[in-house]
Design a binder for this molecule. Sequence first.
Ligand SMILES: [Zn+2]
Length: 73
Amino acid sequence: MSAAAPRTVACPTCQRPVEFSAANRHRPFCSQRCREIDLGAWASERYVIAATPSREDDLDDGPGSLATPASPR
Ligand SMILES: [Zn+2]
């Protein structure tokens, strides 16, 4: 009898072969560390995209008020 070969996948973070089984609670990552790195990279990338329009709007408001005089008090 031969045991079924465990299915392995490449860790999305470090590309190391990971045993894709119920025993590996971090699958498809090789470890909790790689899992957090991948999630962190995704979250920070999303944060940059989400923050860009907000900062652009804030910067546009500065020069805008200089070019067009605001209503005098
Ligand atoms: Zn990894």
